[in-house]
Write a protein that binds this ligand. Structure first.
Ligand SMILES: Cc1cc2nc3c(=O)[nH]c(=O)nc-3n(C[C@H](O)[C@H](O)[C@H](O)COP(=O)(O)OP(=O)(O)OC[C@H]3O[C@@H](n4cnc5c(N)ncnc54)[C@H](O)[C@@H]3O)c2cc1C
Length: 370
């Protein structure tokens, strides 16, 4: 009997090689798709190379919790996650955030998340340098840690190449009205181009309601305090803090205004750098000088949930992560690869759930509110 000829591979173009594009490409190639990745710059040259790398699974929504849990497992499998608990604080007088925490923590626990309220005295004995005397309410997520986002993304791209993907750096992609990428036909196109995704798909006649906004990052000089703080989101101060290579990383300096992703300021604002110094004085009792600071762009959607799935037959998008795309990237990429090869993408993230021209205000991603 003559053996059946091998089934033809599905030809997929992936646009963008950040964490989402790299993971999608690796998962597609592992499933024997014929994958070409177009990356306008270098691998991880977008938000994935500028991120803080804070990762946790403490979400109250079922799908969010499942995705974050799967992503943490993927980071651990690759030995990429440095375990470090994640603490949220609401300080005295901040009833809004204290109440939001009181509402969220039990819901996260119902989802099986390893999250609990923590007494400020317990916080103090565990991390004496963290100022806790005015903490009204605090919670701790035990299943959390941080990842070197650029290294992880580049390594994922190497896995994609090893599985047979062709990654073309310094190769911007254009998608035409017939869904061709740089003039070539594919069975499917995945647009994971971060803040550039709306512009690219709009040019193909497929607008999506996603806006780009600036967030900022401050890295201190080396300090022993780096070993003395947990990862922490101070909801009252509006800052997050994490140890990073012997330094302190402080974010987020959100500027909730829509930005043109082809023309924006990559340097941190002076007010942000000054506020970070003040914030460190309040939070850890010492104003640690700046080593480096920068800005990056995040993507916002009308409901704060991402747009992941098929926008039109054969054209898939993955964007709108509202500052939480890295920690979900590995699981989003896997689900997207499955959807491209005939599976289901999560309904809740369906990119067709809004009017394409829906207007909305940008809501900061780092928030205890939903
Ligand atoms: C300062 C900062 C801190 C952050 N901290 C965290 C955090 O702690 N935890 C977390 O989960 N998330 C964090 N985020 C958000 C996170 O970085 C993003 O959600 C995530 O990296 C998005 O990944 P992506 O692959 O979708 O997009 P990107 O990483 O932006 O990748 C898109 C890629 O597409 C390429 N591209 C664009 N146009 C084209 C084109 N025409 N052709 C080909 N390629 C193109 C770009 O060059 C880029 O490499 C942070 C973001 C910033 C800016």
């Amino acid at each position: 009997m003559t053996p059946a000829p091998p089934a033809e591979s599905t030809r997929v173009a992936v646009v963008g090689c950040g964490v989402v594009g790299a993971t999608t490409a690796a998962e597609l190639a592992r499933r024997d798709a014929d994958v070409t990745v177009f990356e306008a710059g270098d691998i991880a040259s977008g938000a994935s190379g500028r991120a803080a790398g804070v990762c946790y699974d403490a979400f109250a929504g079922k799908l969010d919790a499942e995705i974050a849990e799967a992503a943490l497992a993927a980071f651990r499998e690759r030995d990429a996650l440095t375990d470090c608990p994640y603490v949220w604080l609401a300080r005295e007088g901040d009833d809004r955030n204290a109440e939001a925490m009181a509402d969220h923590v039990p819901r996260m626990q119902e989802r099986g998340r390893d999250v609990e309220f923590i007494d400020p005295d317990d916080l103090d004995s565990r991390w004496p340098r963290l100022r806790t005397d005015d903490v009204e309410r605090a919670a701790i997520a035990h299943d959390a840690g941080y990842v070197d986002t650029g290294d992880y993304t580049r390594e994922t791209a190497q896995f994609a190449i090893a599985a047979g993907a062709d990654i073309r750096e310094e190769t911007p992609a254009r998608i035409d009205a017939d869904g061709r990428v740089n003039g070539e036909d594919y069975d499917a196109v995945v647009v994971a181009a971060g803040v550039h995704t709306p512009r690219l798909v709009a040019a193909a006649g497929l607008p999506i309601p996603v806006k780009a906004y600036r967030v900022q990052a401050f890295l201190s000089v080396e300090t022993p305090l780096s070993a003395a703080v947990p990862m922490c989101y101070d909801a009252t101060g509006g800052y997050y803090l994490r140890p990073r290579d012997g330094r302190l990383f402080v974010g987020d300096g959100t500027v909730p205004e829509a930005k043109d992703p082809t023309d924006w300021d990559r340097t941190a604002d002076q007010w942000f750098v000054e506020e970070c110094a003040d914030y460190l004085q309040q939070a850890v009792g010492q104003s640690v000088p700046e080593f480096r600071s920068w800005a990056g762009l995040c993507t916002a959607t009308p409901d704060g949930d991402p747009l992941v799935g098929e926008r039109a037959p054969g054209i898939y998008v993955a964007t709108g992560f509202q500052g939480h795309g890295f920690m979900r990237g590995p699981a989003i990429g896997e689900r997207l690869a499955e959807a491209v090869l005939g599976g289901e993408a999560p309904d809740a993230f369906d990119p067709r759930r809004f009017a394409p021209d829906e207007d909305f205000d940008i809501v900061e991603g780092m928030s205890l509110e939903e």
